[in-house]
Ligand binder design. Structure first.
Ligand code: HEM
Ligand code: HEM
Length: 182
């Protein structure tokens, strides 16, 4: 029998759940705002939400990665088969990579394309990439394919979390839930 584990620290939990909520809003907002036939006002609102919240996600994810490097989480309990542990590590790594790639590609696509990011403009933060249609097109392509990849990995991750929480009930789910532990 494993010794009971306490799971992720509260800071890691708060990072996880704030990023999770924002990303679960960002993905449908992104797919919806590029649909033909959407009225202009809704599209504009979704674009403003998507661009500005996307930059916030980038800041949160960078802070989260720095925190994780400084305070690594405890190892998985030994009830986890080695294969499952490898799959979890791989999925988490892919999620972190996509959580960086997506907002950076989005940022480059918008800034190199010469478009505003309202919150950064309001703070007087200038574009950090040159104006370039080729660069904007490349970043758009990365963002486009990345959007399917992140949706797939998030789906896989939620399915795995549900499997651990509802079927196996092996304590993996409560390593990250609730968002604040006592
Ligand atoms: C867009 C949404 C989400 C993203 C991007 C995401 C990302 C991640 C990442 C990167 C980790 C690894 C943490 C680390 O070791 O540093 C993680 C862990 C975890 N996530 Fe999520 N997550 C999301 C949504 C969810 C949801 C909705 C659930 C529950 C239904 C969930 C349950 C968990 C659990 C239980 C762990 C801990 C796994 C372990 O024991 O190591 N996640 N998540
Ligand atoms: C976690 C962060 C992000 C996620 C998960 C995400 C997701 C998506 C998705 C699913 C789409 C629709 C698919 C497509 O047409 O590409 C999309 C489109 C788009 N996103 Fe993001 N996005 C993120 C961050 C950003 C950021 C930070 C910006 C800009 C500052 C941005 C700008 C755009 C733009 C302009 C589009 C419309 C398609 C295009 O013209 O390139 N995204 N995003």
């Amino acid at each position: 029998m494993d010794t009971p584990t306490t799971g992720y620290r509260n800071t890691a939990r708060l990072f996880h759940w704030s990023v999770a909520i924002l990303v679960l809003l960002m993905i449908p907002a992104g797919f919806l705002m590029v649909q033909d036939g959407l009225d202009r006002a809704t599209q504009n609102t979704l674009f403003i939400f998507h661009k500005n919240v996307g930059v916030l996600v980038l800041l949160l994810v960078v802070a989260r990665i720095v925190y994780r490097l400084a305070k690594p989480p405890e190892a998985f309990p030994s009830v986890m088969p080695a294969m499952q542990e490898r799959a979890a590590h791989l999925t988490h790594f892919a999620l972190y990579a996509l959580l960086l790639i997506m907002p950076i590609a989005g940022y480059v696509r918008v800034r190199a394309g010469g478009f505003p990011i309202e919150s950064l403009n309001a703070m007087g933060i200038p574009a950090m990439v040159p104006r370039s249609d080729e660069l904007a097109e490349f970043a758009k392509l990365v963002h486009y394919w990345g959007s399917y990849a992140i949706a797939a990995f998030v789906g896989l991750h939620i399915a795995a979390a549900a499997y651990h929480g509802l079927v196996r009930r092996d304590g993996i789910f409560t390593r990250m839930w609730p968002p604040i532990k006592n």
